[in-house]
Design a protein. Sequence first.
Length: 135
Amino acid sequence: MALPQLSIWQPGDGLRKIKYKYHVCLIVIFSVLIRLLFLTDRYLWCDEASSVLISRHSVDNLLFHAAFDVHPPLYYLLLHDWMILWGDSIAAVRSLSLLFGILTVVLVIALTRWLANERTALLAGWFAALMPMAV
């Protein structure tokens, strides 16, 4: 990995930064819209229904049931509190995953920009926004 170069101001840098931020906002807005579009499209999948059933328990019972599950209990605890705030409808339950999906897109863009460059970060952001398993 090459050492970072010193930043030397060049004409057009301000416009490039504005265009980059505009594209990032466009990717994030598109990511939100496509996830909202399919939020209540289907019934809960088996793993989603299982997570809801476990998360409905009290915290003590939740941790007991999670001890026998293959997944760590953090998601169940977050979903438990989320369902207290927003209810247990399909839209409410999936909105927590929607939030994590949007944060994933933002993190993919930020990390790719840090590791590579802005153009690669935007491309990775589009891939993350459109990834079928994350929508």
